[in-house]
Design a protein around this ligand. Sequence first.
Ligand SMILES: [Zn+2]
Ligand SMILES: [Zn+2]
Length: 579
Amino acid sequence: MDPRTAAHVLGQIAAHLELRGESTFKSRAYEQAATALLGLDTDDLGPLLRSGELAATRGLGPATLAVVRDLIETGESRYLEQLRATTPPGLLELLRVPGLGTAKIQKLHAALGVDSLESLESAARDGRLAKLPRYGPKTAEKILRGIERLRATGTQRLYPQGAQEGAQLVRMVRAHPDVIAAEIAGSLRRRRETVGDVDIVAACLADPAAVAGAFGSAPGVRSTTRAGAGSIAVTYVDGTRLDLHCVFTDDFAVALWRATGSIEHVAAVTARLAERGFSLEGNRLLDAGGTSVPAPNEDALYAQAGLAFVPPELREGRGEIEAAAAGSIPTLLEPTDVRGVLHCHSTWSDGKATIAQMADAAGERGWSYIGITDHSQSAFYASGLSRDRVLAQHDEIDSLNASGTDVRVLKGVEADILADGALDYDEALLDRFDFVIGSVHSRFSMDRATMTARVLRALDSRHLTILGHPTGRLLLSREPYPIDVEAVLEKAAGVGAAVELNADPHRLDLDWRYLPRARALGVSIEIGPDAHSSRGLDHMTTGIGIARKGGLAARDVLNTRSADEVLAFARARRERGVH
Ligand SMILES: [Zn+2]
Ligand SMILES: [Zn+2]
């Protein structure tokens, strides 16, 4: 029994338990066990069970271990079969519809017999759903949009999940005795915000077709498609998809380059090679006489095309070729350039860690300051802070800083931008903060002109230092609200406010596609983890990747500056005067 199949079974059990309304504690245990199994470096759980290593693995308890034992011994889980016997299989699928929780699914099942995506769709279309108590045409419409979105996004997942799968898969590929090197390519290497499948290129000592074939018949595989001699597309039982390209070592660099770039990027580089008399035949670079030219790495390939090396994140066919030809590709931001973080929540509002714990966690990550930005008073849903609570929080921060901690705590706030564009809190209170993030958290359904005017008005406030998650998008679940981003960026540039690249993997907002424009306008970008726990600080890894993708250099990013420089930035913004 391979870990992937076992983890999939545990995940299914967790979903069934959730659907039955069992305690979340119970379903979480199955999810944790699934994660623990995926971390094991093995193809076969049997020996680990017999040696007792499995029982000692963190994350596995008696109940989850019993399921794994059952799987190893019989190839099936009786527990899952029992759960399946009493739950229509289509209900599990409904859990993936954005906005549909277990309670709603139960109700729809009981009242309308909804037991699949199809029956949900027809109930929403023919008006039956809208007639249910506390439902209405709006809910029906929302559900239809959710179904549409689910179908459109299919197997897309957020970057961190894709990266985790990629790391597991590349480890597995490298373990093959005939593979001497393997690298992740495709959208994952380009650091797209969502990824559909994992592309891996492997350099092989033996026949690439045979190596590719071996992965097609490995445990945990649901189906495969051959896509050329050394290439195979594998779908695993849990829906993970691997596109594996096996090549001989001499072809590795070109194959990696080809499997990484977007179609547009690959075509543009190929055209430039052709202008210089080169051609590509499969993964071989040929000169005008048809003789093979060695390309030991991607740098060499770009050099033959007369281009500077293009970092993988930029290979989207959005102007990077011209920049590489002109030698104007920026030196992209590196994780070590970041000196502090400015968007973090604590237990004062809806965070899970205290300010002191957050500061310690920031120190562990090598940062020298942390801005605490709890929610403002209007954000009652997130325990926003009243005036008195703000003053008390500031006392706590003062005494923390006075106690001589390594990490300096800055007094920030994530103030709601109210419907009319005013910032939550009066001027006198706003003056007490070191800096202010202003964010839209309500009334998303305004039309474009009204929403734009609202945010432009907020930017008129001299207290607003940073505009938080500027479009409100939630990847794979909520569209951005309509807003004129160009006008917002121009305004921010004009008043000296920074704009956020929110690093929460669900947001990654501002969209990286706007970052080059922000950079050209000279708008400072703040990369904010929007952390609600100490682990949430690790969102920065994803955010920094997206900043690179948007072509940002260290000097474009506000939090690559020192704490004093950040404070000076906020002061300068305030002193520019009231409009
Ligand atoms: Zn927010
Ligand atoms: Zn926040």
